[in-house]
Design a protein around this ligand. Structure first.
Ligand code: MG
Ligand code: MG
Length: 269
């Protein structure tokens, strides 16, 4: 089902998104070699609860944690564990929160220490593709314009692979609602974008081939070829002339600047 939101509802989603982004900023402050997924998961949960919100993922279809933490060849949906992060890891951290009946959702892939240049480039391009997709999130465009913006950059200009099995989604009173927001597609095709649609746009892009497999824990999705994968996400309201980005990576990016263990990921021109 697709539900169209009014401005009051959009503001509620924005508040949830800001709590999510404060939690991601806390993560950005903490990340370093030796820190574990369970450490950052606990800190994120504490921050969300102290803001009066609830973790959006914990208990969702039985997911056991506040954060999805997906390292290196893991694409998304990784379960936090006690394995310490090491120099050279990339770590996708995805977070949701529920406040006043509305969800927020955002994700960021962090580079810990000395990450291989080809992997850093994957992160830059994937992050750039998120903003190219958001540029399309305006009245009159179609879902295919969002997907093709990601695909054109990541697959045509760079020879990466866009994951097909996992997609972005509508968001509101449900964490996942219609429409699905694929990171591939044809320009000018698909559902028309109109004011009131709120979408979680989340490119998932692999350095190698597009195929993914599910891990034995029943949650983690990893690349079949074990090459790294990147993931960036914003929750966005369709705008009349410009998308309204309800989540905000600037807080976490500020924390990265002050954390010598985490590398900044720039946007490509
Ligand atoms: Mg997410
Ligand atoms: Mg999402």
């Amino acid at each position: 089902m697709i539900y169209y939101k009014n401005q009051v509802e959009i503001e509620k989603i924005r508040r949830s998104c800001l709590i999510v982004c404060e939690a991601l900023a806390k993560v950005a402050e903490m990340l370093a070699p030796g820190v574990t997924g369970l450490d950052i998961d606990q800190a994120a949960e504490d921050l969300i609860r102290s803001s009066g919100a609830k973790p959006g993922f914990k208990g969702y279809r039985g997911f056991p944690a506040t954060l999805c933490i997906s390292r290196n060849e893991c694409v998304v949906h990784g379960i936090p564990n006690n394995e310490p992060f090491v120099e050279g890891d990339i770590v996708s951290v995805d977070c949701g929160a529920l406040l006043d009946g509305y969800y927020g959702d955002a994700a960021y892939t962090f580079a810990i220490g000395d990450v291989a240049e080809e992997t850093l480039e994957l992160l830059r391009v994937t992050k750039t593709s998120l903003y190219k997709a958001i540029d399309q999130a305006v009245e009159g465009k179609r879902l295919g314009d969002i997907g093709s913006a990601v695909q054109d950059l990541c697959e045509k200009k760079y020879s990466y692979s866009v994951v097909r099995e996992l997609v972005g989604h509508g968001i509101g009173q449900n964490l996942h609602e219609g429409p699905e927001v694929p990171n591939y597609g044809k320009r000018g095709r698909g559902t028309k974008l109109t004011f009131g649609l709120v979408l979680a746009i989340e490119p998932m892009v692999n350095l190698g081939r597009k195929e993914v497999v599910q891990g034995q824990d029943g949650w983690t999705i990893r690349t079949k070829d074990f090459k790294p994968s990147a993931h960036y996400e914003h929750t966005v309201a369709i705008g009349l002339e410009k998308a309204d980005i309800l989540s905000d990576h600037s807080m976490l990016e500020e924390c990265i600047k002050n954390n010598p263990h985490v590398q900044e990921i720039s946007i490509k021109n």
